[in-house]
Design a protein around this ligand. Structure first.
Ligand SMILES: [Zn+2]
Length: 647
């Protein structure tokens, strides 16, 4: 069964929720100018990006050495995509002339045949398409295409779309089964989902066919990427690729035969998103089944309670079922962005709201934690516990930073978080010919059409303070359709009241289905109970056994040193510990509450000695927990999600 679920244009959605509107405003007002300065190397105290400068060199307008990460072209593309989403949402218009200049520069850096990549054009023109495992050419192309689709959609200007189409046409000629074509796949997936987007916006099915080809060629035997790395010898771009294996870039099997989440977590999520796209585009049931198996494996065995992914710092990858260490894992911000992408596509593929439970988990925890409230500092790695003193360079903890950073040598995450939050409306609403879907209970408005009727929705959420939300529905003429509202699993005993009368809507695929047929306005009110809750992990999760995590609504809470002192690992709580809802912090956005409870601290009685016979004792302590999404926005220090359980 092929669904026709699409997301409404961002221009028709307005975010009103205090937390998420904070991020929307911050992105257009502060983050866009900040990241533009970074991309132009204008901030002396921030790590250099070299991004815009590299395009000038590739365009022949600056005679200098090309520097920066080999794929840092994508920082410009993702900035452009973020700006496009802002413009479409009615913000950031002041930056449009700057963006048009950047697009012209990108165009001048494009080679005559359509090729566009500053690293290979400038540094290794003889090695194009010859090091797919490391080269990131297709990854960069994918982000160019995504930016082009977004900017064209927001402004109607074709220039960047034409640039992207020219490059996509070259890629279609380069890769394929014909004589003389490259029969390889991307070393870092991204091109596949981008080609699907390009196919949809241009109506050219050839791009979708090529996306499918690039998935199907993957994992064939002999393994193209592994053989290529052998062919190119020991001269590695990435030294850590000496440990490269077939799992790393999910090329151990053809994607349609994969059942578990393996390898580099961001590569994996981008590929699974493309698989879901291809399953939908071509009605491919086998691909859909593969997506379902992988989703189940990710969310039931390999995902952190925060929606973080990637248990190994080394090679930033998945490991084994239930291997979820809390302090030295990776949990890259981009991987959780990818999880949101994968989940939204699975929901569009199946019409099932439960995928949005996980999208919400990733969004409200790891993705928000990845960016500071002010928008100018970022986490790449998102641990669930921090002891700043052991985050030491040159050790196995070197990748874990105790505070957000201004920028990174490899800077995929800042712009990825930005483009995700700037396009948040796409994760709230969706529709097909019969229904409007409400996938996130985030205060916002939507203007859309159902056949001949103009529909206005206003969603007002007071979930976190009053455990209720309302939806006002206005139709300018009579039209039969349904509103499908995802009822979050944490809203217990929901009660539905339509125009003052209690109703008992059918719950279908996790959606409460409410029929609308008459013109005029009506209001649906949904209320229930949300209480702070203690969570335990599956017994097989060795890192969390005997520990408790605190959640309230979709938010995971954590302890910070600034509220609770040092040695948070010594704190014990009981599963029946009563939690009080506090007022939150004036200095943090969104008015999310703080949580307060009685815990106790364990002392071992060894005094100054490193080891001695134990003399354990507990002392009670009043504790304050804050949303993980907002940690490290006040004083830096220790942080802990999982607390030891006093059993
Ligand atoms: Zn990243």
């Amino acid at each position: 069964m092929k669904t026709n679920i699409v997301t409404p244009a961002l221009r028709n959605i307005k975010i009103e929720d205090p937390l998420f509107a904070h991020y929307s405003d911050m992105i257009s007002e502060k983050l866009l100018p900040y990241q533009w300065d970074v991309l132009n190397d204008r901030l002396p105290e921030v790590e250099k990006s070299y991004c815009v400068r590299n395009f000038r060199i590739a365009a022949g307008e600056l005679d200098d050495e090309r520097l920066g990460a080999i794929f840092c072209d994508t920082d410009a593309y993702k900035w452009l995509e973020t700006l496009a989403f802002c413009i479409e949402s009615g913000r950031g218009k002041d930056f449009e002339p700057t963006a048009d200049e950047l697009i012209e520069l990108i165009g001048r850096a494009q080679e005559d045949d359509g090729y566009l990549n500053t690293y290979f054009s400038v540094c290794h023109p003889d090695r194009k398409w010859k090091n797919l495992a490391e080269g990131h050419e297709l990854y960069c192309a994918g982000h160019l295409i995504e930016a082009a689709v977004a900017y064209y959609g927001a402004t109607g200007k074709r220039r960047i779309l034409d640039i992207a189409v020219k490059f996509a046409d070259l890629i279609c000629r380069i890769f394929g089964q014909e004589e003389g074509q490259v029969k390889g796949c991307a070393g870092h997936q991204e091109i596949e989902l981008a080609l699907i987007k390009l196919s949809r916006v241009t109506g050219n099915k050839a791009y979708a066919e090529k996306a499918r080809y690039l998935l199907d060629i993957r994992g064939q035997s002999p393994n193209y990427l592994v053989d290529e790395l052998k062919r190119t010898g020991k001269d590695r771009i990435f030294p850590e690729f000496k440990d490269y294996d077939e799992l790393y870039a999910q090329s151990h099997l053809p994607p349609v035969n994969q059942t578990t989440a393996e390898g580099h977590a961001v590569r994996a999520m981008y590929m699974y998103s493309a698989m879901a796209d291809v399953a939908r585009e071509f009605g491919d049931q086998n691909m859909k089944n593969a997506c379902r198996s992988i989703w189940k494996n990710v969310t039931e065995k390999r995902m952190y309670i925060t929606g973080g992914l990637g248990s190994s710092g080394h090679l930033e990858r998945f490991t084994a079922d239930y291997d979820l260490p809390n302090d030295r894992m990776y949990c890259e911000s981009c991987a959780s962005v990818g999880l949101m992408m994968f989940g939204a596509r699975m929901a569009a593929l199946s019409g099932d709201a439960r995928y949005y439970d996980i999208v919400e988990k990733a969004l409200c925890n790891t993705v928000l934690a990845g960016i500071s409230a002010e928008g100018d500092k970022y986490f790449y790695v998102n641990p669930l516990e921090i002891w700043p003193d052991n985050c030491i360079a040159g050790t196995s903890m070197a990748h874990v930073k105790p505070v957000r950073q201004s920028w990174f040598g490899v800077a995929c995450c800042p712009s990825n978080i930005a483009r995700t939050l700037a396009s948040l409306g796409q994760y709230i609403y969706a529709q097909d010919e019969k229904s409007i879907y409400i996938n996130q209970i985030i205060s916002s408005t939507l203007e859309t059409r159902m056949k001949d009727a103009a529909i206005k929705l206003r969603l007002c959420s007071e979930l976190m303070d009053k455990n209720r939300f309302s939806l006002s529905i206005q139709a300018d003429r009579a039209q039969s359709f349904t509103i499908r509202i995802r009822v979050p699993e944490y809203l217990k005993n929901p009660v539905f009241v339509l125009e003052g009368k209690a109703i008992a809507p059918v719950i279908e695929n996790g959606y409460a289905v409410v029929a609308v047929s008459h013109a005029g306005s009506q209001t649906l009110e949904v209320s229930g109970s949300i209480t702070p809750r203690w969570m335990a992990a599956n017994t097989n999760v060795r890192a969390d056994l005997g520990s408790l995590a605190l959640m309230y609504g979709p938010y995971v809470y954590c302890l910070e040193e600034t509220d609770n002192g040092k040695l948070l690992s010594n704190i014990y709580v009981s599963a029946d510990t009563q939690v009080e809802i506090g007022n939150g912090f004036d200095t943090l956005p969104g008015a999310l509450p703080s949580l307060h409870f009685e815990g106790c601290r364990l002392e071992s009685g060894t005094g100054d000695k490193l080891y001695a016979e134990p003399s354990f004792s507990f002392s009670s302590q009043r504790l304050t927990a804050v949303p993980y999404a907002l940690w490290c926005n006040r004083e830096p220090g220790e942080m802990q999600v999982w607390l030891k359980a006093r059993i």
